[in-house]
Design a protein around this ligand. Structure first.
Ligand code: TPP
Ligand code: MG
Length: 576
């Protein structure tokens, strides 16, 4: 050993590497595998050295989704530490959600020690070390990761971390998975043996614009279009794109439909906003633009027009994570929609004549009239407050929307009431809404905490069904909210079970046995009191059954938030 040099464990360099990546946080659910890292963290703390702050999460679902919320809010992926194969399995569903939403996260897990007789520091010294070694640990999350690696030696710890980071932050972004056996982290290395991998030398691949010929071809189509339609779901992940999309739609008279929106893509009060269902517009469109969207319509019951000419602009036009992808594109452009739509707008502004401009303006006026009709319909729907025991969710969401600041951030996982939330709580500011990308229920609780961590000045609201409330591990999210001072409001739209499961059965078998029996396997016990779950964590809880109780309960919940306490509003709404 060269005694002229300082020597440290690989865990020490690993922690240095994580700091060099610029991580603000590590969302952690630790186990025996992390002993060398926990030891290194204590040494860093004693020495006053910079390192990412740790947020300890009682459940991995919270940790991964919290990292996701923070990444959406800041544009920067973070690290998550989980325990060997077991923690990876618990994190897998969240990784599915992040993969589908293209959110970067570095999931890190230990592997069982590989020595059994004390050969190396960190050797197997516990029952679990003998049973936590599957043949292929990474296979648990492989379908949901862009990259995976097992750290072969501490000497390459920083190189592996940089590589993981470059991949996760390259467009289209997504989860990566890194594992490390315990003895690899306890191994001692001289400082001189460890290289640094600075960000400026290892840049990420960023989606960019496309060549002028493609923009011109697209502009030519739009200049000749009479019924143009644009469908999007996640263009608004970049807040700046929202204004560009609005300008483009207004200039070219394009109807914009948000199908299953993941973000605010167009201010909901834009005259060009065509609602959430492409429906009639899809059948009529002569020129269509798919912009950052995974599922623009449901082909089995929303027939598109085979004559429509489609352009597809997407950070992930290839849809590499989807074995089948069923949507047309005469011109497919993979790139940055902000840049591409800006260039398209500039081209149209240069080439449009007065005839085009007046036709486009006439279309915008027609869209505005339709939007006014939709708003009137929404007002009618919320005028019915419901009955005691069955509050109308339209009324409840409208009351909540009226009580919230336009800058409040909504995490919407309301399932069969998803469209009710969108109808009654229109958002006008970019970045104030997150919807469902993946199919794994229970993202919104952890994500709400991640948003609150990144944007402490904002009101953060999680809207969930009763089934989804359970999936979101509320005890874990409440505990984190309490421990780290992150108050969020959870609104549970309790229709006494899984409305979506009942609806799906009826959709496939409209007159079947299940319907005759009234049996859908979808009822959850109707007598839970989630307000008490809040109280168990020192949060504020409200259980409301009567429409008259709704508005005062919302006020009390928001008061609690402002006083620094989380709140749960458990509302018994129209039953499934
Ligand atoms: C982790 C997970 N488990 C199960 C499902 C299947 N699933 C989809 S919707 C749904 C019901 C959700 O119930 P709730 O949140 O009460 O909403 P509702 O349908 O009643 O509006 C279920 C169980 C899923 N998508 N994800
Ligand atoms: Mg329900």
């Amino acid at each position: 050993m060269d005694t002229n040099q300082a020597h440290h464990s690989a865990a020490h360099y690993f922690l240095e590497g994580l700091t060099e990546l610029g991580f603000d946080y590590l969302f952690c659910n630790f186990g025996t595998d992390h002993a060398p890292l926990i030891e290194a963290m204590a040494a860093f703390k004693r020495a006053g050295r910079k390192m990412p702050a740790t947020i300890v999460c009682p459940h991995e679902n919270t940790a991964v989704h919290m990292a996701a919320g923070y990444a959406i809010a800041t544009g920067r992926g973070q690290g998550v530490m989980v325990h060997v194969d077991a923690g990876t399995a618990n994190a897998a569903m969240a990784l599915h959600n992040l993969c589908r939403a293209r959110i970067p996260v570095m999931l890190m897990a230990g592997k069982a020690p590989f020595t059994a007789h004390g050969e190396l520091l960190g050797t197997r010294d516990n029952y679990v070390h003998f049973i936590q070694e599957p043949f292929d640990q990474a296979s648990v999350v492989r379908p949901y990761t862009k990259w995976e690696y097992n750290l072969p030696s501490g000497v390459v710890a920083k190189e592996a971390l940089r590589r993981a980071h470059t991949v996760m932050e390259s467009d289209p972004k997504g989860p990566v998975y890194l594992t490390f056996p315990r003895e690899t982290l306890t191994d001692i290395w001289a400082e001189g043996a460890i290289r640094s991998y600075r960000a400026e030398r290892f840049s990420v691949v960023a989606a960019r614009g496309v060549d002028g010929a493609a923009i011109d071809a697209l502009a030519t189509r739009l200049l000749a279009a009479e019924r143009p339609l644009l469908i999007t779901a996640y263009a608004g992940r970049n807040a700046a794109t929202v204004a560009v999309l609005d300008q483009l739609a207004r200039f070219a008279g394009i109807r914009v439909v948000e199908h299953n929106p993941l973000y605010v893509n167009l201010p909901h009060d834009s005259p060009c906003h065509g609602g959430l269902m492409p429906g009639k517009a899809l059948a009529e469109a002569d020129v269509g633009l798919l912009v950052d969207v995974d599922v623009p319509w449901i082909p089995s019951y929303m027939p598109d027009n085979p004559e429509t000419w489609w352009a597809h602009i997407d950070v992930d036009a290839e849809k590499r994570a989807s074995p089948m992808w069923s949507f047309p594109g005469h011109l497919r452009l993979q790139g940055d929609s902000h840049r591409i739509l800006s260039d398209l707008l500039a081209a149209l502004e240069t080439r449009a004549d007065d005839c085009f401009k007046s036709a486009a303006a006439a279309r915008v006026s027609a869209y505005a009239e339709e939007a006014t009709a939709r708003r009137e319909q929404a007002a009618k729907l919320r005028a019915n407050r419901g009955t005691p025991g069955e509050i109308n969710p339209h009324f409840l969401c409208a009351a909540l929307g009226a009580a919230l600041d336009p800058s409040a951030i909504l995490l919407v996982e309301a399932i069969t009431n998803q469209s009710v939330v969108f109808t009654q709580m229109p958002r006008t500011q970019p970045g104030t809404l997150v919807g469902v990308a993946g199919g794994g229920l229970g993202f919104s609780g952890g994500m709400a905490l991640g948003f609150k961590l990144a944007r402490p000045e904002r009101t953060v609201v999680q809207l969930v069904g009763d089934g989804t409330f359970y999936f979101s591990n509320p005890q874990s999210t409440l505990a984190v909210g309490r421990q780290y001072g992150l108050p969020v409001l959870t609104v549970v739209l309790d229709n006494s079970g899984w409305g979506a499961v009942k609806a799906a059965t009826l959709h496939v078998y409209p007159d079947g046995e299940a319907k005759s029996a009234g049996e859908y396997g979808a009822t959850l016990t109707p007598d839970m009191n989630f307000a008490k779950v809040a109280e168990a964590a020192g949060a504020h809880g409200e259980l409301v059954s009567d429409p008259d109780e709704v508005e005062p309960a919302i006020v009390r919940c928001l008061d609690a938030l402002h006083a620094g306490r989380s709140a749960i509003l458990h509302a018994r709404v129209t039953k499934l």
